[in-house]
Design a protein around this ligand. Structure first.
Ligand code: CAA
Length: 284
């Protein structure tokens, strides 16, 4: 099993910055990339604010938080990831974008490096086929928010080697996570089950079965979930929920997975959830 010294994270959004944080907290050197300094600045501020919350709750000492920050570097150039042992791609849920980034990383990373994707539903086998190292491509799917959520879903492509799986499982465990393994199948396990529930909550809203408050309170208190499905959709991002639903619908070809027209309309309106200030709910 390969030893991991440096991890690259591509994307400094809520998932990328959260993944960078948990890896740095696990005593790993991390280099986080995004398109511009503004995105990297937002990512670093999110990490710093998350670490401060842990310090305030005495789950972490100030020294540990400072040491975590010191293990993080940022860059706008993927070239600077050349010495990474593992790169975790965490950009938007767009297959064309992901394959472009994988193709670029494949050319510049050392031959032994592993290419992992945080994709929440796209085929790992297809992403792997866009590289010259399909045996070293794997899905490493963190849950949102990564610093709090215990699970990492690991997805093997058809060519993924056992040693690569073992290395990524050990990396997830070193980051304090518990692993669940899924076959490379549309939506994997978590989103195959979660997204139809969120989609159905949008149908309930569309059909006037209940208000957002009633739907979320019903599901939160009636099924003991930390938050209702509409609030969770706002946290995940409605655009992400829609693209996952589309991947499941296209991949399985069953009309029961058709995205709710109201979800489509919210995304068309730019109501993407917490990140845009408005989704089902309003955020300041
Ligand atoms: N870092 C550190 N602490 C954080 C944090 C972060 N990023 N985000 C929230 N917290 C802390 C807050 O400080 C707060 O602490 P106290 O209770 O001690 O004050 C606590 O967590 C609760 O936070 P909020 O008051 O902000 O409550 P919230 O309801 O808005 O959020 C939550 C908390 C952890 C998100 C919780 O509601 C939850 O677990 N929700 C479900 C999340 C979930 O299901 N995620 C998986 C989504 S599916 C997925 O990710 C897969 C995919 O591909 C789409």
């Amino acid at each position: 099993m390969a030893s991991i010294r440096v991890v690259g994270v591509v994307g400094a959004g809520q998932m990328g910055s959260g993944i960078a944080q948990v890896a740095a907290a696990a005593n790993i050197q991390v280099i986080m990339a995004d398109l511009d300094d503004a995105a990297l600045g937002r990512g670093m501020r999110a990490i710093s604010s998350s670490l401060s919350r842990f310090v305030k709750k005495q789950l972490l000492s100030q020294e540990e938080a400072d040491a975590t920050m010191s293990r993080l570097r940022t860059t706008t150039s993927l070239q600077e990831m050349h010495d990474a042992d593992v790169v975790i791609e965490a950009v938007a849920e767009n297959e064309g974008l992901k394959t472009r980034i994988f193709g670029e990383l494949d050319k510049l990373l050392k031959p032994s490096a592993i290419l992992a994707s945080n994709t929440s539903s796209i085929s790992i086998t297809r992403l792997a086929a866009s590289t010259q190292r399909p045996k070293q491509v794997i899905g490493m799917h963190f849950m949102n928010p990564p610093p709090l959520m215990k699970l990492v879903e690991i997805v093997r492509g058809i060519a993924t080697e056992d040693e690569v799986f073992d290395t990524i499982k050990a990396l997830a465990e070193r980051c304090g996570k518990i692993v669940s393994c899924s076959k490379d199948y549309p939506g994997f396990i978590v989103n195959r089950v979660l997204m139809p529930m969120i989609n159905e909550a949008f149908y309930c809203l569309l059909e006037g079965v209940g208000s957002p408050h009633d739907i979320d309170t019903g599901m939160k208190l009636g099924t003991n979930q930390p938050m209702g499905p509409l609030a969770l959709a706002d946290l995940i991002g409605l655009d992400t929920c829609l693209s996952i639903m589309r991947t499941i619908h296209d991949g399985l070809g069953d009309s029961k997975y058709r995205p709710c027209p109201l979800l489509v309309q919210y995304v068309d309106a730019g109501w993407l959830g917490r990140k845009s200030g408005r989704g089902v709910y309003f955020y300041t």
